[in-house]
Design a protein around this ligand. Structure first.
Ligand SMILES: [Zn+2]
Length: 402
């Protein structure tokens, strides 16, 4: 998996080295850096961060012995140009802004179409219009594993600080402690700070990936934001399909989770069946009364149902997989149910992201204290509306559809 950092950069390119440093510290080393910039920003970048001589990025890589980063300015520096191919020096007019937004959408679409990438969008360091355009592109095309980051330095005055020893500006915390002097904004006095006291904070901005609510057709090529927005409004609520032959959960038209373990798939399908059988009169979204939820005793006594679903799934294997531990096959005991539920929920979270996963996971709901045993118990089930769940029992190919 390649980690790509996509940044917009105006005249303060230090955010790039600061972010690469912070990601490295979080054990997320960047493999490729791409920067969208203006004619004005390009000069500044080539003199500093991306300079072939004494480049700040290469210095950072060397100093911390990071794995190599592809930042070749020939291919990875994306300078905005007008219709005549002339570089735009600054984003000043609505036309400039449209060119910028198109570039952000184009690159984001390209990078998120690649299956082997994780994209980190850096929304710090450019003009506000630049960072907003990149954030918008990320909202449309980003996948749950991609991230939008902002980077903050504390104290913030350090952005303009100089090393007292070498007169070097601050680009990232040096490996060996150094003192920096800076002008305090509050009283205008010059102060010094030790580099170990400078904090580089990476802020992970939450976002809802919109791509899974868009139709496949809209995702095929880069579209204008207006079309994308219209697509969001027009599209109906995405549904969940459980494909037993492909051993996948499919949500909407784009998003998939592989649930390859037959036992886990059987357990999840069992809950989906219970959901579909919900006898509630009104909408079963969130199922107010949790009629389609089961407590552990009910799950345990339904173990034979789960086992017959499992057998049905196993028939779809060309070879019976034997690597699965036998202890998990039966759900008569809570000790086998809990780890399976945990694993299924983890797979769903990783594939669908935090905004969608809760509706699809096996949730639990507390039920009132049992008068008889005095024990507090829980019921388990799926929150998504039964109308939006389909289980494909047959292989698609057998019924001749795609
Ligand atoms: Zn229900």
């Amino acid at each position: 998996m390649k980690r790509i950092l996509l940044a917009v950069s105006g005249l303060s390119p230090a955010v790039i080295t600061e972010t690469i440093y912070a990601l490295f510290m979080e054990k997320k080393p960047v493999d490729e850096l791409h920067v969208i910039t203006t004619g004005g920003g390009k000069g500044k970048l080539l003199e500093t961060v991306l300079s072939p001589y004494e480049g700040k990025l290469q210095a950072l890589i060397d100093e911390y012995e990071m794995p190599p980063i592809d930042y070749n300015p020939q291919t990875n520096l994306h300078v905005l140009k007008d219709a005549n191919g002339k570089e735009i020096n600054d984003i000043l007019t609505p036309d400039d802004n449209e060119i910028l937004l198109t570039k952000c959408l184009q690159l984001t679409h390209e990078m998120t179409t690649r299956k082997d990438t994780t994209v980190y969008f850096l929304v710090a360091g450019g003009r506000k219009t630049m960072t907003s355009c990149l954030a918008l592109a990320a909202q449309f095309y980003g996948r749950p594993r991609d991230r939008i980051y902002h980077v903050l330095i504390a104290p913030s005055e350090v952005e303009r600080a100089k090393s007292t020893k070498t007169d070097r500006s601050f680009w990232y915390p040096p490996k060996e402690k150094q003192k920096y002097s800076y002008t305090d904004f509050t009283d205008g006095k010059v102060r010094t700070i030790n580099s170990k006291d400078i904090q580089v904070n990476l802020i992970n901005l939450p976002y809802v990936p919109a791509r899974y609510f868009l139709s496949e057709q809209l995702m095929d090529e880069v579209k204008q934001p207006a079309d994308l927005l219209a697509g969001l409004i027009r599209d109906e609520k995405p549904a969940l399909t459980i494909s037993l032959s492909e051993r996948k959960l499919i949500f909407g038209s784009m998003l998939e989770a592989e649930l390859t373990h037959p036992t886990w798939l059987a357990l999840y399908t069992f809950f989906a069946v219970k959901k579909q059988e919900c006898i509630l009169d009104e909408s079963c979204d969130n199922c107010e009364k949790k009629i389609c939820f089961l407590d552990f005793n009910e799950i345990s006594s339904s173990d034979s149902d789960i086992q017959s679903i499992r057998q049905m799934i196993l028939k779809k294997f060309e070879e019976i997989p034997d690597e699965f531990p036998s202890v998990y096959k039966s759900f008569k005991k809570e000790a086998s149910f809990n780890p399976a539920k945990h694993k299924i929920n983890e797979i769903i979270l990783n594939a669908f992201g935090q905004s969608i996963a809760p509706a699809l996971q096996i949730s639990d709901a507390p039920i009132p204290l049992s008068a008889r045993t005095g024990k507090r118990t829980k019921k388990f089930g799926i929150l998504l509306d039964r109308e939006r769940i389909t289980i494909e029992w047959k292989a698609d190919k057998e019924v001749g559809t795609e």
